[in-house]
Design a protein around this ligand. Sequence first.
Ligand SMILES: CC(C)(COP(=O)(O)OP(=O)(O)OC[C@H]1O[C@@H](n2cnc3c(N)ncnc32)[C@H](O)[C@@H]1OP(=O)(O)O)[C@@H](O)C(=O)NCCC(=O)NCCS
Length: 413
Amino acid sequence: MASQLQWIEPEDYPRLASVRLRCYSPATDRMQKYIDELNGPNSLVKPGDAVIARRDGVDVGTATSLQLSMWMRGARLACQGVAYVGTIKTHRRLGSASEGETGVATQIMHAILARGRERGCAVSALMPFRASFYEHFGYGNAERLTAWTVPLSILPRSRADHFRFFDPDRDHDLILDLRSREVRAGQCDVETTQAMLANWSSAWSGGMVFIDHAPGGSARSYAFVTEDRKPEAATLQVQEWGCESPDALGRMLAFFSSLRDQYSSMTITLPGDLPLNRLLRETQVPHRQVDHPFALPRPFTRMQIRILDHRTVLESMQLPGHVRGKCSVAIGECEGTVTRLSLAIEGGRISVSPGPADCDIECSDVVWASLVSGDLAASLAHRFDRIRVHTPEAVALLECLSAGPAPFCQEYF
Ligand SMILES: CC(C)(COP(=O)(O)OP(=O)(O)OC[C@H]1O[C@@H](n2cnc3c(N)ncnc32)[C@H](O)[C@@H]1OP(=O)(O)O)[C@@H](O)C(=O)NCCC(=O)NCCS
């Protein structure tokens, strides 16, 4: 049975809170939390952002489409942020191929993608609970991260005398400025607006925020930290951070090192291509049991993206200037269509035109999203048979998509 899908306005927020509660909450008495989230001064949901699916007079599912800006290889792109996808616990897995029935969340995701296109978003992004679910809708992994646990005793040591406690009256703007520089230099990072910073910083009173002021008045770095104190040891948990440069990261680590009389270790999540162990006094990530302090990395994936407007994304990105050549790609979209593109790359820019019937490379929209984000190098995709290659030179050319920082997003939505 098809659901009726309704994009709602603020007067329907009590319905939205109720359906979110039935999707995610472990208990039915927590309605106020969901109402406060929607009506609070820092809510990111705007009128027309949320959809509710209804069947037989019951609200059975929802999703939210936020309007964000993502930076990819120096270009600012309109990005749909997909959040709060859910089907209430009594209406899950109702799809059936044999009976031509589509599940509730599947219908919602089709509506979400249509909304992103209608709003002119070049990219759609989400933080998945399970990547394989969103692969049904063309989303590919587009973020590589590493969570590190590091004993404070092996952090670099130097005098870190520019760190201060965060002052809400003057430091908000410095953090926004730092985020703006960071997002431009990064890959697939999402811009932090005043409202988003207000939203995140509403949690800061539950921990401590430190900021490294540069002599000119800007911020080199900041970190929001909490502690996990157990009888045997205390850990400093870096929940959020921002850094203008590797040097600023080194200074931040040296600052944390100065806290070693109070904490034994720290945790921090960094971009997957940042080899933190190289900055430490012990560079080993042990291959066997050892009895000295060492850093422990845990790699993981998080954000997925779908490319909605191939031409806008490809023609906006700034690639390495020396790359030159032409190739064509056929992208199998999850809707059953094939997008064929001819790419001419020169002087760091791609120009896109309709592709031929027989393209040099064929791949799914899921793999294409990972290639364009730089998460998956074309050569690796080839080696592991994730793409079908008819012209090997095209693989070498598309390698330029993964030149530069690995995708990493400081925002979470
Ligand atoms: C995940 C969740 C949204 C799925 O909702 P749902 O309505 O059961 O989803 P659907 O029925 O549309 O899809 C479920 C599965 O059936 C498949 N399916 C749906 N319609 C189908 C059809 N007509 N034929 C064959 N398969 C179908 C989907 O592809 C999906 O496959 P998979 O689970 O094997 O990957 C729901 O379980 C949920 O709310 N979970 C908890 C909340 C959560 O974590 N949300 C994510 C926050 S970002």
